[in-house]
Write a protein that binds this ligand. Structure first.
Ligand SMILES: O=P(O)(O)OC[C@H]1O[C@](O)(CO)[C@@H](O)[C@@H]1O
Length: 584
């Protein structure tokens, strides 16, 4: 069967087909020049505001140098303190750990050198003609007449970090450990840049997509905001991204039609809006923007009142895939309890998880909960010895090894020892935090870079719950499926999550249309069985949305009622979806 999995889901922005989008530097420069000419002032200020990670040289060569008559000011150098100051100021948030920092509340303004700022403002005041201010937080320097925002997806930033192409903001750590670069991005830079962006959406005139080298795409801010807002009125998918890993498998290559020459794919992140991106089609141009933009700009229609009130501008539900088919076991791991993540990492809520088994080979299994009788002393004593290379740690001696079959659902409240075993295709339905994994044992293997992956036994020993033993695990975490509703041709089951987790999951099996209602809050779904389904609005509020096997999609709170029906090759057949929403 040929894969229909949509790797490039699009949102068409209607009503902005003409004169709202441009591709390539030539067209973009022409548009900017036209706008500058139309400003009826002696002094004209243009701000090109960067998300950290934009390729500065590319912008200089292709835009700034096209205006030789202009005075150009690069904010990163001309108003901000240097790397030493920044690094020193954030050191308590960064910590010595390779992976975990503490969530920082910083703003760009905290790093502006007031003396430099005054001097640069004076220079602008005294200048005549065209002034181009470019770089991070450009509009903190001066109020521009024309404001262009150069946006960049988080996944693309990570790829640039990995290639050693860019350092962290204000840093020179091009070739630093990728985990440390990521940490500085996650706990500091991206939060600060998102806070700034959130406060300035309404000021932008244009959005410039800088994801592809030398292929810039620009749209008007009006069409951008209309695009984001229209996403809150219809089901949509973010752009999934795929990443290899030490335990990665072969299943996604076929089902999602990925590059067969890559050794494996471990993860697919298909609903982590802070990392994923969104494709907006404006006229003939498709721009890629970070999907967190919708959460930042339109949290209420997207999340709904209750979810927004509880989580703020965060998207609390994460869907991703973990493919170990013909791969390996994940590390044996545990996630922090709520109080632990709050007290140690400054996060509001913790990494509660679940494994929905989308597919499995016959010998698949999940490791979950400790075996009855396991003591903390013995377990962590052996782990410490194993870490020193004195013994080979025996996961099976201490952890329940539970056979896993297609459509099983394993619930993993934080504090539970767990890992997916080889030969499972997991749909992870979890709360959004995703890096707070305390690896306890990594099977004595090295990571993809040849070095051991970081282990966090000390943290793990503070959160692992030894009363989650064999009986408790089987009675609370394995296939807690209850039928909650049914009709002719359909039934609805509750499959989780555990009462310590805030996500509710409902599975529908159906061969006829099923009516859903967001009831004023965000829904996230995946088509877990069947080739195709169609999502429709009974009131005609949005255009029909087609979903293929294994695709994840978001239904914003503002959508209200929607129906899902087997479609195309699945017409008349029984198919299934799983739906997640926040439980109140
Ligand atoms: O630590 P490992 O073995 O790579 O495990 C995979 C990890 O990836 C995630 O699914 C997401 O990053 C975590 O929840 C999980 O702990």
């Amino acid at each position: 069967m040929k894969s229909k999995f949509n790797k490039q889901p699009l949102i068409e922005v209607k009503g902005y087909e003409k004169n709202h989008s441009w591709e390539g530097y030539e067209q973009i420069i022409k548009e900017i020049k036209g706008k500058i000419d139309a400003i009826d002032k002696e002094k004209k200020i243009v701000a090109m505001d960067f998300y950290p990670g934009v390729r500065v040289d590319e912008i200089r060569e292709n835009i700034i140098e096209n205006f030789p008559e202009a005075i150009s000011i690069f904010t990163d150098e001309e108003i901000f303190f240097d790397n030493e100051f920044v690094t020193n100021k954030i050191k308590d948030y960064m910590t010595e750990d390779r992976v975990f920092g503490i969530m920082s509340p910083c703003q760009f303004i905290d790093f502006i050198d007031q003396d430099k700022l005054h001097a640069t403002r004076k220079q602008i005041e005294e200048a005549k003609g065209l002034i181009l201010v470019y770089g991070v937080a450009a509009s903190l320097l001066t109020k521009p007449d024309l404001h262009i925002y150069l946006d960049l997806a988080r996944w693309e930033i990570q790829k640039r970090y990995r290639r050693g192409e860019i350092p962290n903001w204000k840093h020179n750590n091009y070739n630093d450990d990728i985990l440390r670069k990521y940490k500085r991005g996650f706990f500091f830079e991206w939060r600060m840049a998102d806070r700034y962006k959130k406060d300035h959406f309404e000021n932008f005139h244009y959005i410039l997509d800088t994801n592809l080298k030398d292929i810039p795409r620009m749209i008007t801010a009006k069409s951008f905001l209309v695009g984001l807002e229209s996403a809150t009125k219809q089901p949509f998918s973010v752009v999934p991204f795929f990443d290899p890993g030490v335990w990665g498998g072969q299943w996604m290559k076929e089902v999602c039609d990925l590059d067969r020459s890559v050794e494996n794919y471990a993860w697919c992140f298909n609903c982590v809006p802070e990392e994923n991106s969104l494709l907006l089609k404006v006229g003939e141009v498709i721009v890629e923007v970070p999907s967190i933009n919708i959460v930042l700009k339109y949290p209420r229609p997207l999340l709904g009142e209750k979810v927004h009130a509880r989580f703020g501008t965060e998207f609390p539900i994460r869907f991703d895939f973990l493919d170990t088919i013909e791969g390996g076991n994940l590390s044996l791991q545990v996630h922090p309890l709520t109080e632990y993540i709050q007290e140690n990492f400054g996060m509001h809520y913790t990494q509660d998880e679940s494994y929905y088994i989308l597919d499995a080979k016959e010998d698949a299994y999940v490791y979950l909960g400790v075996k009855t009788g396991t003591t903390k002393e013995k377990f962590f004593g052996d782990l410490a010895k194993a870490q020193e290379g004195e013994i080979e740690f025996s996961v099976e001696k201490y952890i329940n090894k539970i056979p896993a079959q297609k459509h099983d659902h394993f619930l993993i409240p934080a504090g539970t020892a767990h890992c997916s075993g080889v030969n499972s295709m997991v749909l992870e339905i979890s709360s959004t935090p995703y890096i707070f994994t305390f690896k306890l044992w990594d099977w004595g293997r090295a990571g993809l870079d040849g070095k051991p992956r970081p282990i966090h036994i000390e943290h793990g020993s503070k959160v692992l719950q030894f009363d989650r033993d064999t009986e408790w695990t089987m009675n609370n975490l394995v296939n807690q499926v209850k039928k909650v509703n049914e009709g002719k041709g359909w039934r609805e089951e509750k499959t989780g999550l555990h009462e310590r987790e805030f996500i509710e999951t409902r599975r529908h099996w159906f061969s006829v249309p099923v009516l859903h209602d967001t009831e004023g809050e965000l829904n996230v779904l995946n088509l877990i069985e069947g080739e195709q389904a169609i999502v429709e609005s009974p009131e005609g509020k949005f255009e029909p949305f087609i979903v293929n096997y294994a695709e994840t999609f978001i239904v914003p709170a503002a959508v209200g009622k929607y129906s899902i029906t087997p479609y195309g090759p699945s017409k008349g057949k029984e198919i299934a979806t799983i739906k997640a929403y926040v439980r109140f």
